[in-house]
Design a protein around this ligand. Structure first.
Ligand SMILES: *Cc1c(COP(=O)(O)O)cnc(C)c1O
Length: 369
């Protein structure tokens, strides 16, 4: 069974095999994995040891996003969130429920957010200390531009938090070139092709220290995590040791592939096979070709009265691929993930499976509903 979803992704068997070992988290057999991973991830984001720290939190992407918001924005602080889709809405909700003030910036759901609209919003409201940007909006498949938006943020002396969950490991991130980024967050189980259960933040050490004590949650206090590590101590609470050991193997595979640029080439090829394949089946992608990112392809639900998402998902699954069984765009569309340990040849098989599923369900009117 292959996962054709935008995370958790299909993993290589060598990554899954790394789970088959027990660790005591403080033991000499595990500490090099823990600290080695921190250094490897920091290098992938081009952060410098002198300015940045790589922190590991057990759990999922929402947890580390909340931790970054709490640790870097003071209570009552205001964060401008370009409303790129469902994941921007989630960031705004995490901020609101943590007692910070998300200020939504309406943007197109089918094109990259315009840096000029961010500039205008920041100029109009000097109380906006942060911008919260979803780099790869997993709900739509649009890739936003943290470098272009970051330049605006930097010029106006504001700060930025980047949700890089479905970007990191494939799309470029250069923390050294973007000192306005307080934190970039991501997880093991998307473009890094690891197992779910661990989340990460690459953060400015000075900004974390400046906000020490403001998190309002010990569990989510990244300044506390960083302070402990700076004193040469290990993980604060139980780390997901096996998941981290598996990520270490997944990063070996990323290195062997040629790093994020090579992975991006593969994902682009994967996404092209899916995009063109869906059009070949008579379906309509939500995004125009020039706006289509390499991570997620969204396809309009077909107009045929026989269309039923769960029946379709079941029919595709019977042919070897699991796809998402929920909608997360305003108009119904189903999502295909182009990421994970899959190649264009796998995507060709997926297109065949989807075509056979549509036939088996008698979906003949395939234009958008
Ligand atoms: C997957 C994802 C998350 C986090 O999801 P979790 O289920 O909490 O791991 C956050 N943002 C984006 C853009 C994502 O794709």
């Amino acid at each position: 069974m292959k996962l054709l979803i935008p995370g958790p992704v299909t993993t290589h068997r060598s990554v899954r095999a790394a789970l088959a070992r027990d660790f005591a988290p403080w033991d000499a057999a595990f500490q090099p994995i823990y600290h080695g991973l921190r250094a490897r991830l920091l290098r992938l984001g081009n952060g410098a040891q002198a300015t940045h720290t790589a922190l590991i939190l057990p759990g999922c992407g929402h947890f580390v996003t909340e931790a970054a918001i709490r640790s870097l924005i003071p209570p009552g602080g205001r964060i401008l969130v370009p409303m790129t889709g469902a994941y921007a809405e989630r960031m705004a909700r995490l901020a609101r429920e943590a007692g910070r003030v998300p200020v939504p910036l309406p943007v197109s759901p089918v094109a990259p957010a315009d840096p000029d609209s961010v500039r205008r919003a920041l100029l109009a409201d000097p109380s906006l200390g942060h911008v919260g940007l979803v780099y790869s909006e997993t709900a739509t498949g649009v890739i936003h531009d943290p470098a272009a938006i970051g330049a605006v943020v930097r010029a106006l002396g504001r700060r930025m938090i980047v949700d890089a969950v479905s970007a990191f490991g494939a799309l470029p991130l250069d923390l050294a070139a973007q000192p306005e980024i307080d934190a970039a967050v991501f997880t093991a189980n998307k473009c890094l092709e690891g197992i779910p259960g661990a989340a990460f933040v690459l953060a400015r050490a000075d900004r974390l220290a400046a906000g020490a004590g403001q998190a309002g949650s010990w569990s989510f206090d990244l300044a506390d995590v960083a302070a402990r590590l700076a004193q040469g101590e290990g993980p604060r609470f139980t780390p997901p040791a096996q998941v981290l050991a598996a990520l270490d193997v997944a990063l070996d595979r990323l290195d062997a592939e040629g790093g994020p640029p090579a992975r991006l080439v593969r994902y682009r090829a994967n996404s092209r096979v899916l995009y063109d394949g869906m059009r070949g089946l008579g379906l309509t992608p939500v995004l125009a070709p020039h706006a289509q990112g390499p991570i997620v392809i969204n396809i309009h639900a077909p107009a045929d009265p026989a269309w039923n998402l769960q029946a379709f998902v079941d029919a595709v699954k019977a042919r070897g691929f699991v796809i998402s069984n929920f909608y997360n765009t305003a108009r119904p569309s189903f999502r295909l993930g182009a990421i994970g340990a899959l190649r264009p040849a796998d995507m060709k098989h997926a297109v065949d499976a989807i075509g056979a599923a549509l036939e088996s369900l008698g979906i003949h009117e395939r234009k958008a509903a």
